[in-house]
Design a protein. Structure first.
Length: 635
């Protein structure tokens, strides 16, 4: 393997590193930060074994990329290099697995058993060690401890027997609030939540997760005894606001009496502690006062936040985790929802016969669903939001069937289209972008109508038009990034709409994206809005709220940007009539099955995929691999 001498001014390279650290950094497997942490810890502890230092750097890298730990004997199978390096991972000098594990087990930096926190000898041994080796899994100790909290809290709750509800009353309430003819998985989820201390309601967009939540809360409130204290929470302000609005809308449609329930971010629910970014007012010594805690968009909850939440929820409270395990996971370490769904099946806490009687249905749902039920996971499968074509495409992606994905895309139809481009189309730009005429037409049509509504002062219509079309990208920067394509869309619209953008920064029709929570204005990271005319006054920024548009003086907005395009990650929890997904080149490390699935399922009516066959196949064939011990049986 030929290695080019790195640029001394390139911050990606740790120039003072040597041995495996230098080789793996030059190849693009390790970042300079990964190397610096390993070198620093080695110096502090007097550890100079290059195999151990490489393992430390890989553990730091794993957390940076979302894993909780690294499986040392197999780590070479899952790492990806910097796309610009062109290095061959298999050609690197990977340590022999048995000797590598033995060296780590002997290291002063590594604890290899739950009780091995300190020992006599060097000062480092008298303190908690920074790493933890459990079998073949190497953790940064902090994340091992957080994983243990999640495992032990969930196992303790699963093994507990909450007070049995009045079964005749529960049966009657289920029939009242879930009147659909059995088998009804929404009714099953509600029954599970009434019987079990922890329930997972899983399903893709449009499968009725929020409807199920609203109605199961109505069921719990209708049972004899004191009305339960209920908390709704989500990892982001946008998701919390949408959850509250959806529950209130369902309550209004069916007179469920849930208008007094509010939702908040998980951070706000737990209560910030001044001076700390990871500890809260509520913890195991000061529990939350609620009887029922519902967490939406759980796929976006990191391991750290989930451990803090489980510590704070009372042992006798019911916990309902809601989300889509097939979506992109948290940007931080951990994929807790996916781990919980994939955990080995536990024993029944209540008999299948009792559940079947409550939901008036045969629970013989197939081997995989039966295993999920044993872990109190109910997967909702009926899609109510988009049609058969998008549903088939999403199912083919989930099934990792690249041939079927390409067949559906190339067959096209009313709801699905494929703009198949040459590999260098996006990089070269210019005339070759003529293949994107359909994208331009949709962007210009949506932008023109949005501007017309905003100029007329019709805030409600303008906010609705924000969801007509959205261009989604995997990257934030570069040829395939949001920064380039947001500018491109703005140019397209400006060329077609007279006077577009002429008023300056806060031009009427400017689509806005909030990038940080502002509790004073009640605007949250991910909220979208639009600048609208106010006749006889200065323009206002309008944001959608359940009771109608929220109008804000633009001068009060400090953390917003234009949203002519957005990342797929940022689009989680949102829906658009038409989605255009711009896939990056096939060698992009961000190109994964979860990214493709998440983008496709943002569309209500039509999804357009722009990319190459190679990019499609690479995405479908590459699931996100986040190493974790939660999926393994307890030791």
């Amino acid at each position: 393997m030929t290695v080019t001498e790195p640029d001394p001014f390139d911050v990606r390279f740790a120039l003072r590193a040597d041995g495996p650290l230098r080789a793996f950094n030059d190849a693009g497997v390790l970042s300079a930060a990964d190397v610096h942490v390993a070198v620093r810890l080695g110096r502090l502890a007097g550890e100079d074994d290059p195999r151990v230092l490489l393992a430390v750097a890989l553990a730091v890298r794993g957390v940076r990329l979302g894993s909780v730990c690294v499986e040392l004997p197999r780590v070479h199978e899952t790492v990806a290099v910097d796309g610009e390096s062109g290095a061959d991972v298999d050609a690197l000098d990977w340590p022999e697995p048995v000797g590598w594990l033995a060296a780590c087990a002997r290291s002063v930096l590594v604890a290899d058993s739950p009780s091995d926190d300190s020992s006599s000898g060097s000062p480092v041994r008298q303190q908690a060690r920074p790493l933890r080796l459990v079998g073949t899994l190497l953790y940064l100790d902090r994340y091992w401890r957080q994983e243990q909290v999640v495992r032990l809290e969930l196992d303790a709750r699963t093994a507990s027997r909450p007070a049995a509800p009045d079964l005749p009353a529960l049966r009657s309430a289920l029939a009242t609030y879930f009147p659909a003819a059995p088998p009804d998985r929404q009714r099953l989820a509600a029954a599970m939540a009434a019987l079990r201390p922890v329930t997972v309601v899983a399903g893709g967009p449009g499968t009725g997760k929020t409807t199920t939540v609203a109605r199961l809360l109505a069921v719990l409130r209708s049972l004899p005894g004191p009305s339960p204290r209920i908390a709704l929470a989500a990892p982001t302000g946008k998701a919390a606001a949408r959850l509250q609005e959806a529950v209130h809308a369902e309550s209004a449609r069916h007179v469920l009496g849930l208008d007094d329930i509010t939702a908040s971010t998980i951070h706000r629910l737990l209560g910030w502690r001044p001076g700390s970014h990871s500890r809260f007012r509520h913890d195991r010594d000061s529990r939350l006062p609620y009887d029922v805690v519902v967490v939406d968009e759980t796929s976006m909850v990191s391991l750290t936040l989930m451990s803090r939440l489980l510590e704070a929820v009372r042992p006798d409270a019911r916990l309902v985790l809601v989300g889509d395990p097939d979506q992109l996971a948290s940007v931080e370490a951990g994929a807790v929802l996916g781990d919980l769904v994939a955990r080995p099946a536990a024993r029944w806490a209540q008999s299948a016969d009792q559940l079947a009687e409550l939901v008036a249905a045969d629970l013989d749902m197939g081997e995989s669903d039966s295993a999920l039920l044993r872990n109190a996971v109910v997967r909702l499968t009926t899609v109510h939001r988009y049609g058969a074509q998008i549903s088939a495409l999403a199912s083919a992606v989930r099934a990792a069937d690249a041939d079927e994905v390409l067949a559906i895309l190339r067959r096209g139809g009313e709801a699905v289209s494929f703009v198949e481009i040459e590999a260098d189309t996006i990089e070269t730009g210019g005339r070759s972008l003529g293949s994107l005429d359909a994208v331009r037409a949709d962007a210009v049509s949506a932008g023109a109508d949005l501007t017309a509504a905003a100029r007329s002062g019709d805030a409600a219509s303008a906010l609705g038009l924000l969801e007509r079309h959205r261009l989604l990208c995997a990257h934030r920067r570069g040829a395939y990034g949001v920064s380039r394509w947001a500018t491109q869309v703005e140019r397209w619209v400006a060329a077609a709409v007279d006077g577009y953008g002429a008023e300056g920064e806060w031009y009427v029709g400017r689509p806005l994206l909030v990038t940080a929570n502002d509790y004073e204005l009640e605007l949250f990271n991910g909220d979208t809005g639009v600048v609208v005319a106010q006749h006889g006054q200065e323009p206002s920024a309008a944001f959608l709220r359940g009771s109608g548009p929220l109008l804000v003086n633009p001068a009060r907005l400090s953390t917003v940007q234009s949203v002519h395009a957005m990342t797929v990650h940022r689009a989680q929890g949102s829906q658009f009539d038409t989605v255009t997904l711009l896939l990056p080149s096939a060698d992009s490390p961000l190109l994964t099955r979860e990214l493709l699935y998440t983008a496709i399922t943002r569309a209500r009516s039509h999804v357009r995929v722009v990319g190459t066959e190679a990019a499609i196949r690479r995405a479908v064939g590459r699931p996100i691999v986040r190493a974790s011990g939660l999926r393994l049986p307890a030791a």
